[in-house]
Design a protein around this ligand. Sequence first.
Ligand SMILES: [Zn+2]
Length: 357
Amino acid sequence: MVKKFCYILSFMLVSLTAISQNQKKFSAEITTWYQDKVGAVSISFDDASYTQYEYAYPVLEKYKLKATFSLVGEWTHDKPTYSAEPDIFLIKKMGWQQIKELHQNGHEIAAHGYKHQKYGKRLPKIILTQQMRQIKNLIESKINAPVYTLHYPYSFTSDSIIAAAEESGFLFGRTEGKENVNQYKLNNKYLLVSQAILNDTTPNENEFAQWIKQANGNWLILMYHHLFPQGSKEMNIMKNHNVKNTFSLYPDTFEKQIKTVAASGYWVAPIAVVGKYIVEREHTKIEMRMFCNTIKIKTFTTVDTTIYNQALTVKVKLPWTKISVEGSENDGDYKVKNSELLIDILPGKTIKIKKRK
Ligand SMILES: [Zn+2]
């Protein structure tokens, strides 16, 4: 069997296309989601409320999940500070120290405007771009890393606003929309839809479970704001003023929701990580070549690999049981189960799979 393949020097595979009948036992494809998961979920936060650091961050660490935290430039100081837009009570915000800690622990830091104001849809693109670069540059200078995601203030967008987001160097823009989830093929990476947690009971447990269900095959982005404990001063103020959409939930409720997310089996990752994967997947083709007991899988990509550096998962089908992998993100010797192997590969790289005795 092996011998037969020795003389077939090479054959090409374009993405999902199957190969000729003789070679059916060998195939390679980029999986829709990382590690061949059935869907993706991103957990995102707005306004950099200190309670996110106090209550949400430890829960995320407990379940080993990484999220996206967005901040407002003029609300963020070295030390935690109380701030808010006019007419809203003051809420303690994270300082740069907390933001940096989140970043160092693998969470994404995103921009939410230098000011907490809707971007003006009538402003010329050049002005909008200046405003967006102001917050992008500020965060980048503090965390010493690129900022890829913009959470539009109040989710407000227009054609000129999304054009400015692209011009400013953002790769992704998060808003809300009619759809509950993003499709596995993105309509527009500057109009990612998200689902807002409106208060402690909206969504309720059933509704939340429904959202999670809808992530099957798709990408769900959750949008959180504040986590105030039951009986806290902040929850009481909102209760006394009959505020319906408090954009706040109890830390216990948050943990329940995160537990559901963690148990879902989906790929859970920050917005820029999932977004990059999708863009790379759509712009990368793979070619498989065989030489006797070696398979070479080469990726051809049209994306800028200095920015798009998220590993793609390639599902390889092969009839060999013992192999070694080189050039991937998880090199080593493997025993192949069910003739199938998942290998992570950076776009633009080539991997070698060798049959072992
Ligand atoms: Zn906000």
